[in-house]
Structures are given as C-alpha cells and as structure tokens.
Design a protein around this ligand. Structure first.
Ligand SMILES: Cc1cc2nc3c(=O)[nH]c(=O)nc-3n(C[C@H](O)[C@H](O)[C@H](O)COP(=O)(O)OP(=O)(O)OC[C@H]3O[C@@H](n4cnc5c(N)ncnc54)[C@H](O)[C@@H]3O)c2cc1C
Length: 388
C-alpha cells in the first residue's frame, strides 16, 4: 500500500486489505505483546504506517491521501484492532484533525497542512475534552481571545490521544463565552506545539497501552489568526461534531476487531483444551457462549458496514453510526469477558492476548460519545425519522 502518487489504486479494497494483513503478520503480531506490556510507543510501526499511507487513509488523493471509503477504512481498522487496537488510535485521532481541515478549512489551510498530515510528517490529534467537560462539550472553558493578528489561548485539555508524541492538534475553544447557546461561541484552531503549550502529565490507563494520552496546558499560548479553522469564529462546535459520525464508525470498527479476536481465540482454544475427557467445545455451556459471541460479532460487523455505506453515500447516518458504535462496543466487552471465562485461568494470564482484549474493550463504550449518549442519539433520530 502506498499513497496515490504511485501506481497503486486505492479503490482496490482487496489490495489494501492484503497489504495490511501481511504487515500485521510480519511486523505487528510478533511484537505487539511486548510493546503492550512495557507500554512502549511503537516507533517502528508508526514509520511503517507512514509508508503505507495510513496517516492519510481517508484524505483526498488531491492532498496525497489514499482516499479510502469509510467501508474500506472500517475494514482496515477492524483488521488492525484484531492484532493490536492501540495502533488504530495513532492514525485515527490524527485523521479526525486532518478531516476537520479537509472538510472545513480554508484553501490556504488545506495547502499548508493536508499534505504534511497525509504523509504523517506532521502528526497529532483532536483536543476537545477538558477536566470538567467531556460529553457536555459546550461546557468547555478553554478561551481564545483575539489579539492583533492572532489569538491568545488559555486552558487545559485532558485525555488527548497522541498529545505527547504528536505536535499538531485541532483544538476546541471558546471565543465568545457569553454566546447563547454556548455552541455559537466556540471556535476550533490548528495549534502546533510551541511556547505556552505544555504537556502537564501522561495519563496512566488500564488498557490502550503503547499509545500516549496526556493533559495539555495552554498558558498565554499565541496562535496565528490564520489557524482558525475555516477563518470564521463560532463554527467550532459544528466542526467538532461534524467528524463524529466517521469517528463513531471507527470506534465501532475497532470494537468489531476486539469482538472477533475474542471469538477466534475462543473457537481455537475450546478445541484444544480438554476437561472430563473431551474438548471443552463439546460442553454445551461453552457452545452457548461461542454461539452468542459469534452472533454478536456478525451483527456488529453488519451494523458497521451499514453505517459506513450510508456515510459513503453521503446519507445522514447518526442513527446508523450510533447503533454500530453502541452494539459493537458492548459486543466487544461481552466477547472479551466470555473469552476470559472460556480460557479459564489462562484468560487471566498476561501471556495470552485475552486479558488485553478485556482491558481494551471498555474504552470502546466511552470514546466518541459514551454509549449512554449513543442511545439518546438513536432514540432522538428514531422519533425524528418517524414523526406522526
Ligand atoms: C483513553 C482515552 C482516550 C481519549 N482520547 C481523547 C481525545 O483524543 N480527544 C478528546 O477530546 N477526548 C478524548 N477522550 C475523552 C473522551 O472523549 C471522554 O472521556 C468522553 O467523551 C466522556 O467524557 P467524560 O469522561 O468527561 O465523562 P462525562 O461526560 O463526565 O460522563 C460521565 C457519565 O455520565 C453520562 N452522561 C453524561 N451526560 C449524560 C446525559 N445527558 N444523559 C445520560 N448520561 C449522561 C456519561 O455517559 C457517563 O456515563 C479520551 C478518553 C479516554 C479514556
């Protein structure tokens, strides 16, 4: 796989998936366990992902991206998550920033950033969440105040993926804190690390190892006015939520990867492990678990496909993406736990992959809008689409 300026045709899904599979087998699977347990940033894998064009996976070929459809992208994400979910966060959070610029940026901003985003030369993520505001984004406090040809930013962002290893972020701020409703006073900037922009701490997590999550502090940080995405104040909230459908499809796709790996490991192990003179897969109690796991996985995969197709066709898909994210993340959590039960004591061992799936899965219920919020979104859309 390589960016579009080679002879490679990104529309050929089979080629994309084949090259990802080979890379995973050769360069990821043999090393993932060690990097996971030492919580080490996968420097070499990031270089390989750059070469494969993953940092521009969904960006337009005009900017050096692969131009993958959401459907193909979701399959890529699922495949990688089966092997090591953490890797998908390194390019997905980055792509959310890049997509905001591609979708809402001025022509000058596109020229300045998108090619460097696509190659991975400039990498980063999205800074929305704050210590006191996650789901309720309109409650953020980070301020950007106009000052001559720039803005002065003060505030704190937390839980930001890639904040330590990355250098460039899409940052949600308030430019008019008195706006009513508050979302109309919100603006998004592209910020690059410099004086006044510091990482105050690395956050320690139960899972999602290898990838960095940190707290970013802005103290009188100056950003050029040219970095205001779209060049107009008051659009930041819409720009932030405008990327969430693709973000949710991504988290759903990651969840499918976790649910599938848990299933595959269990199908294999249950044929190897014997109790009372037969493989445990011949005990009905285990068969019921396998059947439930397989059904949850397939249903999740299909929901992701449905949402991705709707997205690719340009249809409104918050209901579909919400259902996919909600169902698939719950499936990942349940499959990981059932896989642990099926593996008995070995499921609790760090020598097997199951405990990693078990630690990684719950994040899928939190990121890109919690599952409580997904259900609210699904219900609102249901009513909206079926008004009497
Ligand atoms: C590993 C990790 C990586 C992350 N990466 C990023 C990143 O790169 N960038 C970024 O900006 N953020 C990131 N986040 C933050 C993440 O998006 C938030 O944690 C998430 O949006 C939830 O916000 P919160 O943690 O503040 O929970 P809260 O908003 O405080 O919610 C707490 C609980 O209340 C529920 N709740 C809240 N409001 C309602 C309501 N109206 N109705 C019903 N229930 C409600 C929630 O569902 C949840 O159960 C990351 C988080 C983690 C753990």
């Amino acid at each position: 796989m390589a960016p579009k300026d080679s002879n490679y045709d990104a529309s050929d899904e089979a080629i994309v998936l084949d090259s990802i599979r080979k890379w995973l087998d050769r360069d990821v699977e043999p090393y993932a366990m060690e990097l996971e347990h030492s919580d080490t940033y996968p420097v070499e894998m990031v270089e390989q992902m750059k070469k494969m064009g993953l940092f521009g996976a969904t960006l337009d070929p005009e900017w050096g991206g692969l131009g993958l459809s959401a459907s193909t992208y979701a399959k890529v994400v699922t495949m990688i998550s089966e092997v090591w979910m953490s890797l998908t966060g390194i390019f997905n959070s980055h792509l959310m920033m890049a997509t905001a610029v591609q979708k809402f940026g001025t022509q000058e901003q596109k020229e300045r950033f998108l090619r460097r985003f696509a190659t991975g030369e400039l990498r980063g993520g999205t800074g929305l969440t704050e210590p006191d505001a996650g789901t309720d984004l309109q409650g953020i406090r980070t301020r950007a105040v106009r000052d001559g040809d720039g803005y002065i930013i003060n505030g704190t962002k937390t839980w930001i993926t890639n904040s330590i290893e990355g250098t460039c972020f899409a940052l949600l701020t308030k430019t008019d804190p008195s706006a009513d409703p508050p979302r109309k006073g919100m603006s998004m900037f592209i910020v690059e690390k410099g004086p006044g922009f510091e990482i105050s701490k690395r956050l320690v997590k139960i899972g999602y190892k290898g990838i960095d999550s940190g707290e970013m502090v802005f103290k009188d940080f100056r950003v050029p006015a040219d970095n205001l995405i779209g060049g107009e104040e008051g659009k930041g909230f819409y720009q932030a939520v405008g990327g969430l459908e693709l973000g949710r499809i991504n988290v759903a796709a990651r969840s499918v990867g976790i649910a599938k790996r848990a299933l595959d490991e269990s199908v294999r192990y249950s044929q190897e492990r014997k109790t009372f003179g037969k493989p445990i897969c011949q005990h009905q109690a285990i068969q019921l678990k396998l059947a439930d796991m397989a059904t949850r996985y397939e249903a999740s995969r299909l929901l992701v496909e449905q949402a991705a197709v709707a997205y690719d066709e340009g249809r409104r898909c918050d209901l579909e993406a919400g259902m996919a994210k909600y169902h698939a993340s719950e499936a990942a959590i349940e499959n990981a736990l059932e896989a642990m039960r099926i593996h008995g004591g070995y499921g609790y061992s760090k020598e097997f992959v199951i405990e990693r799936l078990y630690r990684d899965a719950p994040l899928m219920a939190i990121g890109e809008g919690t599952n409580e919020m997904q259900r609210v979104i699904i219900a609102r859309q249901l009513i909206d689409r079926n008004r009497i």
